[in-house]
Write a protein that binds this ligand. Structure first.
Ligand code: 4AD
Ligand code: MG
Length: 430
């Protein structure tokens, strides 16, 4: 019977067929240890020369790294390690004998690995990261559905800019001229919530970012959420609850992955409400006290984000930023017209800005003025302004960067490892 490796623990004593690949091999001349993987996990198979036919032993000897195989054997408990099973192999069928595999156990440089991303994905750590990514995605869906949000798919091809014109990817669109790849589905979600109340999207977004940092991709996945009648403070509470939900889910289901990634889970176990909230003005003051030369009115750099969270066990909200450095759609702070009701959520352990969000300007005239001030063209934003003419309500939303979130949870250095095929300023292949 075919059994997937992840289910083997429930079938001790039974005979199983594993369909997969040879990950690694050790042989002593009379006994061979084949580390097998089938996509669901890794298991050690044992071939004893005297216990199998000559052909099976020959196959075991001949197998090369990443050869595809069908293997039959009996599932036994590991003699020393509790909860670990092994396969006492009786038969090996080679599906394809792999050529010499370019990725070996020796250290490879990042460029070599990225050039071989199509194969690197099979490595244990990369496998674990993609599994965690999948758990995070599912957790996001589950969280929102529990909270009464529905998924709304926003377009990828759009004629307008959401997050500033400098990072747009332009494409020629038939007779329409230049249009762009979406930077965020937010503006469309704002239209959708006036129909469904609470909504989220989750898809690829694009930024022609000139930044070569460990946290910038040109194509990344963003989850935008938006809710009618939700104001600034409540929006931060939703963000906090969502992040706690995601981390809790990962702690419940990704123990094996964290072990493979050598990711200590202590810091994740501390992620509980309430996250500290600091105004932008207080953040600037604190940074200056800590030795940064940042001025009021400037964006936070990587170092500043690191400084603000270095002594914190919890992510930190920085809210109420100067209007001058934030996009047109953010609502003016009624207590100070130079500020907006927005927040960034800065992650711990150097993970940087995980979420950006705000209450949205719901007043027609103020929004129109802000659009014009940013030099954006009227007609493309007319439908967006319409939302403020027909039953405008206070509403808020935010965007979570999937790769930064997964990168932090997995404890990986560069977020390029968290997306199957990373697109960076200098890389579009494979
Ligand atoms: O802060 P951002 O630019 O916010 C928006 O786009 C809003 N329209 C979202 C909304 O309110 N619905 O982006 C949101 C998040 C960031 O906090 C960051 O985690 C991630 O998206 N992000 C990137 N991740 C990887 N590479 C990049 N170049 C990123 N730019 C933003
Ligand atoms: Mg941001």
């Amino acid at each position: 019977m075919e059994i997937r490796i992840e289910h083997m623990v429930h079938h001790i004593g039974e005979e199983a067929e594993i369909k997969g690949w040879l990950y690694n091999k050790r042989s002593s001349g009379s006994i061979a240890f084949l580390e097998l993987r089938d996509g669901s996990g890794f298991v050690q198979g044992i071939v004893v020369k005297n216990g199998v036919s000559a052909l099976v032993w020959e196959n075991a000897e001949k197998l090369t790294q990443e050869s595809s195989v069908k293997v039959i054997g009996k599932i036994t408990e590991h003699p020393k390690k509790e909860g670990i099973v092994e396969l006492q192999i009786s038969n090996i069928k080679i599906v394809q004998l792999a050529e010499e595999y370019p990725i070996s156990k020796k250290e490879h440089g990042p460029d070599f690995l990225l050039d071989h991303r199509h194969l690197w994905l099979r490595s244990k750590k990369q496998w674990a990261i993609q599994r965690v990514r999948d758990v995070v995605i599912q957790a996001v869906y589950d969280f929102y559905h529990e909270q009464g949000f529905i998924k709304i798919d926003t377009p990828i091809i759009t004629p307008n800019a959401c997050e500033g014109a400098t990072t747009l990817f332009a494409i020629e669109y038939f007779d329409e001229g230049e249009v762009y790849l979406s930077q965020s589905g937010q503006l469309y979600l704002e239209a959708a919530i006036m129909s469904v109340g609470r909504a989220f999207d989750f898809g690829p977004t694009f930024r022609a970012e000139k930044s070569k940092t460990k946290r910038h991709l040109t194509e990344f996945w963003m989850m935008d959420a938006e809710a009618a009648f939700v104001e600034h403070e409540e929006s931060m509470a939703i963000q906090e609850a969502m992040l706690c939900f995601i981390v809790t889910r990962c702690l419940e289901t990704c123990r094996m992955e964290f072990e493979l990634l050598e990711r200590p889970i202590g810091p994740l176990e501390k992620i509980k409400p309430s996250f500290p909230r600091l105004t932008y003005a207080d953040a600037i003051q604190k940074l200056r006290e800590l030795g940064s030369d940042i001025q009021f009115g400037e964006d936070l750099g990587n170092d500043d984000e690191g400084l603000l969270t270095k002594d914190s066990d919890l992510p930190v909200f920085i809210h109420k930023w100067p209007k001058s450095i934030k996009p047109f759609y953010m609502k003016q702070d009624p207590e100070n017209p130079d500020l907006v009701l927005n927040n960034d959520l800065i992650g711990i352990e150097g993970s940087g800005e995980l979420i950006g969000g705000s209450e949205r300007e719901d007043n027609y005239e103020k929004l129109k003025a802000a659009i014009e001030k940013e030099g954006l063209k009227g007609p493309e934003y007319q439908w967006y302004l319409d939302l403020r003419k027909y039953g405008s309500v206070p509403h808020s939303g935010f965007g979570l960067g999937l790769e930064r979130t997964v990168g932090w949870i997995c404890g990986v250095e560069h977020i390029r490892e968290t997306i199957p095929f990373p697109r960076l300023i200098n890389r579009v292949r494979p």
